[in-house]
Design a protein around this ligand. Structure first.
Ligand SMILES: [Cu+2]
Length: 89
């Protein structure tokens, strides 16, 4: 069984907090994405192949696994100035 890693990630008006998160290669990562803004957001990543609408005040779990080392960018598709990245080492 691969190691499980939970990473909290908030979406605030100013952007993702933190804007960069890290995980070891090969782990199963559970991103706990909380929308702390008053409007719906959409967590999206082409590189992670994930897309999830999250309503204000809600938290959604986004799972990714089997990632090799690299930088995987994500953004809020509804407010595209909000950007962040998952660094896998
Ligand atoms: Cu989208």
């Amino acid at each position: 069984m691969a190691e499980d890693r939970t990473i909290p990630l908030a979406v605030e008006e100013a952007g993702f907090a933190p804007a960069e998160i890290e995980a070891p290669a090969g782990t199963r990562v559970r991103l706990e994405v909380t929308n702390r803004t008053p409007a719906a957001i959409e967590f999206e990543s082409f590189e992670l192949n994930r897309e999830r609408v999250i309503q204000p005040g809600q938290t959604a779990a986004v799972y990714v696994s089997g990632l090799g080392p690299g930088r995987y960018e994500f953004f809020d598709d509804f407010h595209q100035q909000r950007r962040g990245a998952l660094l896998v080492r």
